[in-house]
Design a protein. Sequence first.
Length: 306
Amino acid sequence: MNFSTFNRLIRSGSTNFLRNLGVSLSATAIMVVTLFIISTVLVLYALTDLSLNNARDRVGISVYFSDSASTEEIGSAREQIQAYPGVRSITFTSKEQARDRYIERNKNRPRALEALKELDRDTDPFPNSLAITADEFSNYESIVNYIKSDRFKSYLLEDGVRDNRKIIDRLSRLTDVVRQLGIALTVVFIAVTIMVMFNTIRLTIYNRREEVEIMRLVGATNWYIRMPFIIESIIYALLATFITSLAMLLLLSLTSSRIETFLDLKNLGGNLIRGIFPYLVVINLFTGIALGVIASTIAMRRYLKI
């Protein structure tokens, strides 16, 4: 194919797009909705995955020692737990550190600080504790059973082992729900997009039926007749990708800081845009082109007997 032929096909496809501008914009709008849903699902899945990984790093097993446990006993228990297979890290928090953190978190809540003073009269609400994280999520169960054994029972409070895996389980289920719902919505809107574009290309073929017949009579090849319709569908994809990408960039710019605060993710901000946005553009572009080519190919096979 030489440059003049290619240029002629591009002009023909652009003419098809502009000739039925209202229908073309409707098809583009449907594709924008589909690509926006795909982009939103991908962003939500990425965020829930980040949040899940963040929780796995920060949430594990909390172990609370009784007041009778000496510093040596706490140190011995820490060393033994650290040596247990599957334990990645242990962080010790003393009574004083726990109290200071509570006061810092509630410095603007005078009622909470007043309640702390009332508790101090009868009991110390802040025991010495260990925060334990595992190498793998599957290791937590065996670690919990090890800590609850008689080896450490005399050192701990009555309910001194708190397994926080429920938080991770909820996040895992949320991730699964987002993925399943996203797949369902994506499939529905992909089907709708293909049907709308199918009808758009069919209408274009009908309006150009005389031109197509003339091209057949003068010996135009099948690909030469088909290419303008494929180019028209690619124009839909390019325009829809541009609009969707612009909307997602604006949305991510406005919400990234709030997402970081809500999910307690560090250094998200610009990293979210730089890390996710290029992939969204590429995925939207290839998805849009694929949808357009599929729809136009189906329409041409059915309505162009070539």
